[in-house]
Design a protein around this ligand. Structure first.
Ligand code: ATP
Length: 199
């Protein structure tokens, strides 16, 4: 599995549709300060479902939409599409190529799609979690974040490793199942109380 291409349109400084075609192996993006290198990384995190405004280096989610320049008016929507090569079947979906897209309008709300079919954020997160790209996005290490990881507590560091290994998804599912069991237990107790009152 590798990231094959990324298309940005109306996302941060990328007003016009811009596609970056990536090859297997290491890709370096170089450019002067403020030319949009980090915006490309923000777009990657955003299309994979990032919800944290701070992680996207903004004040509010709307800040990802092209805000306009002296020569170009602001746009009403941001769109990012990420195409992943899945010929090794690393993602649990029967396609050799998977395109995840996210669109956001100024009036709020995001729309997601997988291979052109609209879906929920949860579907995107579930699809990616087996690949080690989880909802906490620890696979994207931003400027200055390396220090945070190096100085993390053993528990937090374990969390990073679990996420990369795809264990976190099962832990979350277990927690959800335990919560359900708990509430079912509560229902059973109430039912038994009612039954003993009727008898
Ligand atoms: P550095 O090398 O200094 O880290 P960089 O290449 O990573 O820089 P970015 O931080 O990706 O640069 O891009 C910053 C630029 O993106 C700024 O010029 C900023 O004005 C522009 N920008 C950010 N958000 C928007 C937006 N919503 N609309 C228009 N431009 C934006």
């Amino acid at each position: 599995m590798y990231l094959k291409s990324l298309t940005l349109k109306g996302f941060k400084s990328f007003a016009s549709a811009t596609t970056l075609n990536l090859e297997p192996g290491i890709t370096c993006i170089v450019g002067p300060n403020g030319s949009g290198k980090s915006n490309v990384v923000d777009a990657l995190a955003w299309v994979m479902g990032e919800q944290g405004v701070k992680s996207l280096r903004g004040g509010k989610m709307e800040d990802v939409i092209f805000a306009g320049t002296s020569g170009r008016p602001p746009l009403g929507r941001a769109e990012v599409a990420l195409t992943i090569d899945n010929s090794d079947g690393a993602l649990p979906i029967e396609y050799a190529e998977v395109t995840i897209s996210r669109t956001m309008f100024r009036n709020g709300g995001s729309e997601y799609a997988i291979n052109g079919s609209s879906c929920r954020l949860l579907d995107v997160q579930e699809l990616l979690s087996d690949s080690g790209i989880g909802r906490e996005m620890h696979v994207i290490v931003g400027q200055g974040q390396l220090d945070t990881i190096l100085h993390a507590t053993p528990e937090d560091r374990r969390g990073f490793i679990e996420e990369a290994a795809g264990v976190l998804k099962h832990r979350k599912r277990k927690e959800k199942a335990l919560r359900k069991l708990d509430s079912t237990d509560g229902n059973l107790t109430r039912l038994n109380d009612l039954l003993s009152e009727i008898r």
